[in-house]
Structures are given as structure tokens and as C-alpha cells.
Design a protein around this ligand. Structure first.
Ligand SMILES: NC(=O)c1ccc[n+]([C@@H]2O[C@H](COP(=O)([O-])OP(=O)(O)OC[C@H]3O[C@@H](n4cnc5c(N)ncnc54)[C@H](OP(=O)(O)O)[C@@H]3O)[C@@H](O)[C@H]2O)c1
Length: 293
């Protein structure tokens, strides 16, 4: 495998990518605060120094609600991948960039899945900034793969599953409303890291949907996780209207990995099978982490 650079290497996905690519000669990672890759000078300077042949971009501003009011999200989600693409093109490198289901409006009728050929139409600032990042890449280089993933969880960093576990453990017996009318494909960041590797090894280009098979609601996901851990919970299903957030979320976020399947390199399994594997491998450590908070 070629010389790899993983950006956002301290994040949820970046940490798993470091693991998935650990046997690669010269593999390394960068992140804030050491390097601000949204700064063009800093970004091009570190790339010139490290000379990666493959860049895996996991760096992003991922706080969806904060994106509505914090313009920094445009620097991380659009400027940063744009700088990476500029360098990639000039240096014959390959850029594997991670994007999101939130580039779609979610208005596609349930339960029709979203393919790579569906037209993006984001309804949030996060989605708009991520779509702008995708387009900035495609305008500058053909040497890219964009992997749109969804509902990411993993062992490192924060995610929905850890939040639901924390709320339950810190408030025994208390009821929590969980949205039960948004549908998506929960995805383990470790499996996504292996999908990125499969695509990077072939240097397969274009847009790829990259999420687990099947779909569920946030309520289904929260219940499945806590039940897998044998932790009692009091989750109550609710509608999106009953659970107001600063950002509107897509109702239908179900992705179909059509491109990867056509190439015979789709690595994802059913979301529930993957969640059970995640619990088997990381459940005890995650519970200990949350209890220590
Ligand atoms: N999380 C999800 O549910 C989800 C769903 C769909 C798609 N995605 C996409 O999946 C990818 C990975 O997400 P994740 O959950 O692993 O995110 P994450 O845990 O928030 O990690 C992102 C990392 O990027 C770093 N970063 C941000 N701005 C940077 C900059 N200017 N220069 C260098 N590093 C910077 C962050 O540092 P700080 O923490 O210091 O800011 C953080 O370590 C992202 O592209 C995201 O849009 C995520």
C-alpha cells in the first residue's frame, strides 16, 4: 500500500482509519490543533512536507446544529477539502474524502433508498457546506473518491449511541423521547474505514454511498444498542415535530451503496449485524468510558 495521510486523525473516523491503514508504510495522521488544514498555506505546506500518495480526509466540522450559526463550518467542510484537492491534482495523489447523507433533503418517498445518481438538495448549513466541499473537489481534480456515509458511530469520540447511554446511566428510570420518523442506515466507523481502504487500494474514482445495509429509526437504534448492552432504558418514540432541534434533519436518509456494489467492493453488512459486532468488541469499554464521566 502507498504512503497514506489521514486528516482529522483524532476524530471518530480518523482514529479507526489510522488502525485500518496501520500496516501502510509511512502512514501518518494530522489534526487540530497542530495543523489547521482549512488554512491554505498550512495545508499545502504540510502536504509538501509529508508527500502523501493517498490522502484520506476525515477532517470536518460535524456539529450539525452549531453549523447553522458558526461560519467556521464552511472553512472545514468546503475550504479544507478544496485545498486537499488542489494539492492532489498538482502532485498526482489520490484523495478519499468523506461526506454525508445530509447533502440530501430527505424528501425521497420512504422507503426508496438514495443512490449516487440522486440529486443532492441539502436542507441544513452542514449539508450545504459538505456539498460545497464535494463540488470544490470535483472541480479541481478527477483523482478523488467521495464517500457519503450516514449515522456514524464508533469507539472513539462522541456519537448518538454514547449520548443515549450517558443519558440513561445518569438518569435511571427517566423517560427520554427519541425520534422515530427519520430513517437511515447506522454505520460503524471501523467498517467505513475498511470501505475507504478498499476504494483507495483500487483508486476507484467518483461518488460512493458508504453506509450499512438496511435501515431503522433513531429510536430503533437507541433501543437496539442499550438492549445489546443489557442496560435497561425508558426510551419513548416521538415524531420530529415533538423533538425540536435548530436544524431540520432529512426524513429519508437511506443510502444505497450502488457504486461500490457495481465494482464488487462493498464491505458493509446489515446495520444490526454490525451494531452487534460493535457491542461485542467495544461495549464494555464504552460503558466504562460513560460511567467514568
Ligand atoms: N458523525 C456522523 O454521524 C457523520 C455522519 C455522516 C457523515 N459524517 C462525516 O464523516 C466524517 C468523519 O466524521 P467524524 O464523526 O469522525 O467527525 P469528528 O469526530 O468530529 O472528527 C473530525 C476531526 O476533524 C478535525 N478538524 C476539524 N477542522 C479541522 C481543521 N481545520 N484542520 C484539521 N483538522 C480539523 C476535528 O478536530 P476538532 O475536534 O479539534 O475540531 C476532528 O478531530 C466527516 O466528514 C463527517 O462530515 C459523519
Amino acid at each position: 500500500m502507498k504512503r497514506i495521510l489521514i486528516t482529522g486523525a483524532k476524530g471518530q473516523l480518523g482514529t479507526d482509519c489510522l488502525d485500518a491503514f496501520k500496516d501502510c508504510a509511512g502512514g501518518s495522521g494530522v489534526d487540530l490543533p497542530e495543523v489547521d488544514l482549512s488554512d491554505r498555506f498550512q495545508c499545502l505546506e504540510i502536504l509538501d512536507k509529508l508527500q502523501p500518495e493517498i490522502i484520506v480526509n476525515c477532517a470536518a466540522f460535524t456539529a450539525v446544529d452549531a453549523c447553522e450559526t458558526d461560519p467556521t463550518c464552511w472553512k472545514a467542510n468546503c475550504d479544507l477539502p478544496s485545498h486537499l484537492a488542489e494539492w492532489t491534482e498538482k502532485n498526482d495523489a489520490f484523495l478519499a474524502h468523506v461526506s454525508t447523507d445530509y447533502v440530501f433533503s430527505g424528501d425521497k418517498p420512504l422507503f426508496q433508498s438514495l443512490e449516487e445518481t440522486d440529486e443532492p438538495n441539502p436542507i441544513s448549513e452542514y449539508g450545504r457546506s459538505k456539498l460545497a466541499g464535494e463540488r470544490a473537489i470535483a472541480e479541481q481534480t478527477g483523482r478523488f473518491a467521495i464517500l457519503r456515509t450516514a449515522w456514524l458511530y464508533g469507539a472513539h469520540g462522541n456519537n448518538f449511541l454514547k449520548t443515549m447511554l450517558r443519558l440513561t446511566l445518569q438518569n435511571p428510570g427517566k423517560e427520554f423521547k427519541v425520534v422515530n420518523d427519520q430513517y437511515g442506515s447506522p454505520t460503524w466507523s471501523m467498517t467505513l474505514a475498511h470501505q475507504i481502504r478498499a476504494i483507495a487500494e483500487q483508486q476507484a474514482t467518483g461518488v460512493f454511498h458508504a453506509s450499512s445495509e438496511g435501515y431503522c429509526t433513531w429510536y430503533d437504534l437507541a433501543c437496539s444498542f442499550l438492549e445489546g448492552l443489557n442496560v435497561e432504558h425508558n426510551f419513548v418514540p416521538c415524531t420530529s415535530e415533538e423533538f425540536i432541534t435548530p436544524t431540520k434533519r432529512p426524513i429519508n436518509s437511506i443510502l444505497e451503496n450502488a457504486h461500490a456494489k457495481a465494482l464488487g467492493i462493498n464491505v458493509f453488512n446489515d446495520w444490526k449485524v454490525e451494531l452487534d459486532q460493535f457491542v461485542d468488541q467495544n461495549g464494555t469499554a464504552v460503558v466504562e468510558e460513560i460511567k467514568a464521566l
